[in-house]
Design a protein around this ligand. Structure first.
Ligand SMILES: [Fe+2]
Length: 85
């Protein structure tokens, strides 16, 4: 996660304030979301295997929130940042 955040910082340092910067930052944010989705997905599996229903419900809710955020980040570039002018 530290490496992903460092990558986002480097993008901010190296890109001019353009649509390319927006697209690069969205991509960096999506990498973070994918990392979170993988992590919460594993934790949900472990909770199910250990039959911890409360943990399963909480972690599943968080996993769904991460997936929704990823979906929103996917929609933004399709609508705005990746538009060819
Ligand atoms: Fe997230």
């Amino acid at each position: 996660m530290k490496s992903l955040l460092k990558e986002a910082e480097e993008i901010m340092e190296n890109f001019e304030n353009t649509d390319a910067l927006d697209a690069a930052l969205i991509a960096a944010a999506q990498k973070i979301e994918h990392y979170e989705i993988a992590s919460y997905g594993c934790l949900v599996t472990y909770a199910k295997l250990m039959e911890h229903q409360e943990a399963d419900e909480i972690l599943s809710a968080t996993l769904n929130e991460e997936k929704e955020t990823d979906s929103k980040l996917t929609d933004i570039p399709m609508e705005q940042a990746n538009v060819v002018q």
